[in-house]
Design a binder for this molecule. Structure first.
Ligand SMILES: [Zn+2]
Length: 266
């Protein structure tokens, strides 16, 4: 994954020394996005959250299948792999291991949100890695109480507890990928905002295992709140799942094109 790392802002100096150019021109290396891992959240006895009718593990699998199908049809140079393709329970930590062993160039983890005490809260959020208490992105502070409850709910429902001591090295390993992860997350939220009726709550950072323990650019997409009537109705519908998969697909296409285009700064 070296080419990814030397692209990051943190490795800019190393990049310049590896690719000597004239004083006026700096050429960035390109890399191919050849393998993409889709991670449908939850599965088996881990149902995730649920609404009146919709169950998270079913929605995540359906959107993953739709997204994978689009990539297979339209991106023949990309191999699509999954952490699960059936209603299967995966032990905590397994998803990151599967992604790392597959040597995927990108990981997209798919989830639904829930905040039963705040049923009016709706919209999408796309997460990138946060190491310990350090946030790199500005988050809308207006949602302070909701965010605190959201974080607590995530940790209790997914067994994804933060273990800073044991994950120190893997978190550092993921850190150079943050630039690419933020770029993709921003594109996903852009397409949610412009191509679906969902409200975008923006790009955020959190210390989830699939983001922290993976060694490729990775994002976790929260497609909406099953505790909100409008979001649940949309996520439960075939049209909603299709439109969400299409939005993520367009974001991936833009990201891939950007990564594979030679960039020259004059
Ligand atoms: Zn989830």
């Amino acid at each position: 994954m070296l080419p990814i790392k030397i692209l990051s802002c943190l490795a800019l100096t190393a990049c310049m020394s590896l690719y000597p150019t004239s004083a006026k021109k700096l050429t960035f290396p390109t890399y191919k996005v050849k393998k993409i891992m889709i991670d449908p959240g939850h599965g088996g006895r881990d149902t995730g959250c649920s609404g009146v009718k919709a169950v998270e593990k079913e929605i995540t699998l359906a959107v993953a299948e739709a997204l994978g199908g689009m990539m297979k049809d339209s991106l023949p140079d990309v191999e699509v792999v999954y952490t699960r393709t059936t209603d299967e329970f995966l032990r905590p930590g397994t998803r990151a291991d599967i992604a790392n062993c597959s040597e995927a160039d990108l990981l997209i983890s798919i989830h639904c949100n829930s905040l039963p005490r705040y049923p009016s809260v709706r919209g999408t959020e796309t997460y990138v890695m946060r190491y310990a208490n350090k946030r790199y992105l500005k988050v809308d502070e207006a949602h302070g109480d909701e965010d605190a409850e959201l974080i607590e709910a995530h940790y209790t429902q997914s067994d994804d507890m933060v273990d800073v001591k044991n994950n120190f090295l893997t978190a550092l390993d993921q850190r150079p990928n943050l630039y690419q992860s933020v770029m993709l997350a921003g594109l996903v939220e852009k397409y949610f905002r412009t191509a679906t009726p969902l409200k975008s709550r923006g790009v955020r950072q959190e210390n989830y295992s699939v983001l922290r323990d993976t060694n490729m650019p990775s994002i976790l997409v929260e497609m909406g709140f099953l505790s909100n009537v409008e979001d649940e109705k949309y996520l439960h519908s075939d049209q909603g799942k299709q439109e969400i998969a299409t939005a993520i697909f367009h974001a991936i296409c833009d990201y891939k094109k950007s990564m594979e285009t030679k960039r020259v700064i004059k």
